[in-house]
Design a binder for this molecule. Structure first.
Ligand SMILES: [Zn+2]
Ligand SMILES: [Zn+2]
Length: 164
């Protein structure tokens, strides 16, 4: 999408109490095939768009933030609708509060976003066939090897602002 056009995607939970909008294109879209994401999604992978917190705005409703164990041991905070309990995004210890992992399937037009990288493919279900040409890693990966330069710059700005 050209940088000149305003980017906006709306999304929300199933009961429509929670509505939000994403106002900047994701830095990266992860398709995570780890066992934790398989369990939490009830399916075979999770699709997360990584966007700066200030570009993921709650426009209706409130969020229930649930501290949830994570593979790293540091936990993740999953933001859920208090009524229907659907998860709309989460924050991991690594990115802190600054980066929201938006659950792509909760976007109204989630067809717009497809995975930029497949991670933790060591536990990928064998019937999930990955496309040629999309980077894939058996575990986690180095952003510097995959992210576009503009996304790395955005992450660097977040780090400077948050002092780490
Ligand atoms: Zn809801
Ligand atoms: Zn995962």
């Amino acid at each position: 999408m050209p940088e000149s056009l305003p980017f906006e995607l709306a999304g929300g939970c199933t009961c429509r109490t929670v509505r939000y909008r994403v106002t900047r294109e994701p830095m990266i879209v992860h398709c995570c095939h780890c066992r934790w994401c398989q369990r939490e999604s009830g399916a075979s992978f999770a699709l997360n768009a990584l966007v700066e917190a200030e570009h993921v705005q709650l426009v209706h409703g409130e969020l229930d933030i649930v501290n949830t164990p994570s593979a790293s041991g540091k936990g993740q905070k999953i933001s859920r609708c208090p009524s229907c309990r659907v998860a709309v995004w989460s924050n991991y210890a690594g990115g802190g509060e600054a980066i929201r992992f938006v659950r792509v399937g909760t976007l109204d037009a989630h067809d717009r976003l497809s995975p930029d990288v497949h991670i933790f493919t060591a536990s990928k279900q064998p019937w999930v066939v990955l496309p040629d040409g999309t980077p894939a890693f058996s575990e986690y990966y180095q952003a510097s090897r995959v992210w576009p330069p503009t996304s790395l710059e955005r992450r660097e700005r977040l780090r400077q602002r948050n002092g780490h």
